[in-house]
Design a protein around this ligand. Sequence first.
Ligand SMILES: *Cc1c(COP(=O)(O)O)cnc(C)c1O
Length: 402
Amino acid sequence: MPGTELFGSEERKEINDVMETGILFRFNHDQQRNGIWKAKEFEAEVRKVTGAKFSHAVSSGSTAIATAMAAAGIGAGDEVIVPPFTYIATIEAVFFIGATPVFAEIDETLDLSAEGIKAAITPKTKAVCLVHMCGGMADMDSIVKVVKEHNLILVEDAGQAFAASYKGTSTGLFGAAGAYSFDFFKIATAGEGGVIVTNDEQVYKYADSYSDHGHDHVGNNRGMEQHPIMGFNYRISELHAAIGVAQTRKVPAIREANRKNKAILTEVLSQVEGVSFSTLPDPAGDSATFLNMFLPDTTTAKRVVDELNKNSVGGFNYWYTNMYHFINQWDHIHQMRTVSKLTAQLGEHQDYGNLHLPKSQEVVGRLISFGIRCTWTEDEVRTLANNIAKAVKAAVGEPALS
Ligand SMILES: *Cc1c(COP(=O)(O)O)cnc(C)c1O
């Protein structure tokens, strides 16, 4: 988990800057803050890494994706095409902005495919919330083509793909808006935090206002500001933003180390029978936070998981049975268990407990992902590669169940 591997004097210095002034609020207080604007600086660092024209920091990746969709004009009654393999926040965000998720198929990129999106389009489809999973990127040429053909809004949840790109464009910048997460488990962390990016000034202004009660942030008297729209409080604090500043500056170096370590793992494991890898539509744009390994089928993948556990090889995710990343375990969504009624429950929606997504089931069933650490020594990487190879060989060597 790269960001958390590298806490040090840089993070402490940024926090201390804020403590010196005592201004933990990201807006106003121009005199007292003595030129310290950590949220603004965090946003600038994110623009540096991504090349986005506009960026806006908020309290989490979850509020970032909800804000990005709202700012892009997605709301009540709109159908939003989503993947069944994502962190659950994507789906929650669609529900809580008043829209209705429509699950579609992913492919070996681990992300929605153009064919999957096409097959899920109905007359009510307003948007696609594409999720770039496991450090990689979706096949953007084919996806942008479908989105344009059907006049849909594209929003990208790049919660796991900050610092990843496709043909030179950063994830998050292919549609109306994108969102990154800076929670404790991402390539860079703010403790808690998220950032919305866009190249559209109007979308940026809506995001800026929406995430702070509709304030227009003009002038230096908060009490006298105009409210172009209604909003809510999704603000980030200066303390979280301060950590985000230090961490985001480390991202290019983290990515380089990740890529080096991932290359070694890939090289060793590509020689093991039965192993293949997720598709990277632009390998040069990989943030390399995960090695995503496919086994020939779900049964074999489960055997590899058992072998890894038996030999205490940690640091991997078997998403197929993971509670928060794959639809099979989302019983509360299957049954639409809510504390209060959602807009989606007023209309028709897919029977979420009975979805037919065979391709996604097959892809996620065969997938085992290893989190890449940027601080590994080459010895550590090679030991892990050999341990994984051993587990696969033991699992593949077993007779097939029949
Ligand atoms: C982490 C993550 C989120 C949520 O981010 P938080 O900052 O934890 O709210 C959303 N989407 C994806 C794909 C994620 O991986």
